[in-house]
Design a protein around this ligand. Structure first.
Ligand SMILES: N[C@@H](CCC(=O)N[C@@H](CS)C(=O)NCC(=O)O)C(=O)O
Length: 212
């Protein structure tokens, strides 16, 4: 079985999170660029992700979609990169906790904020994220007084949770709190994060050039 890593993405998408993760690994991968509403919804790609959304990663015969799952999968598939606590390590608990908190409560709260939807007070008990303010405060507490989310090492949870903070602050869906800004500054200046941004920015510029 080939264990080639194939990365399906668009340079202006959540694929930027997965690319950062791939760059952290330092493993070779091949990028397949897809277009919104075109190749992303074509039968070939719907076999990879029936949602017709990016990102997705194929590793040999294994296909993984969903940014948080991609980060978790890659960290486990390439343990040499040291991006996840090993199975059995108690730090696996906060690691899972913050990855899933990102994919569930943060994603939903930030998106609803962008759409202008507020959970009615009497429905907070039914809604998984409760309310926006509680999610922001929980995020702030998770990184307070620490360099990274889990123990004292950067992990895939920082790639994912941190991307919500960075992108959220730039889109206005996550409040600019000093703790968020300091954390984002720290993790987004990592060489792999810078490299990932440069690659996607160059691809975007190329696309703009071919459209004009
Ligand atoms: N839950 C998915 C969301 C993926 C997603 O919504 N991707 C957007 C780009 S950021 C997309 O592919 N949109 C194209 C479409 O829905 O047609 C994840 O976390 O990976």
């Amino acid at each position: 079985m080939s264990d080639e890593l194939v990365f399906y993405t668009h340079p202006m998408s959540r694929g930027r999170i997965a690319r950062w993760m791939l760059e952290e690994l330092g493993q070779p991968y091949r990028t397949e660029l897809l277009g919104y509403g075109t190749t992303m919804k074509a039968p070939d790609y719907l076999e990879v992700n029936p949602m017709g959304k990016v990102p997705a990663v194929r590793h040999g015969d294994a296909v993984v979609t969903e940014c948080a799952a991609i980060c978790a999968y890659l960290a486990d598939a390439f343990p040499g990169a040291g991006l996840a606590p090993a199975p059995g390590d108690p730090l696996r608990a906060p690691y899972y906790r913050w990855l899933f908190f990102g994919a569930g409560p943060i994603e939903a709260a930030a998106m609803n904020k962008m759409l202008g939807f507020e959970v009615p007070e009497e429905r907070r008990g039914n809604v998984g994220y409760g309310c926006y303010d509680d999610v922001m405060s929980t995020m702030e507490t998770a990184i307070a007084g620490k360099d990274y989310l889990v123990g004292d090492r950067f992990t895939a949870a920082d790639v994912y949770f941190g991307s919500h903070i960075g992108w959220g602050m730039s889109f206005g869906s996550v409040e600019k709190r000093p703790g968020f800004e300091a954390y984002w500054e720290r993790i987004s200046s990592r060489p792999a994060a810078v490299r990932a941004r440069e690659i996607d920015d160059a691809l975007l510029a190329e696309q703009a050039g071919t459209e004009s």
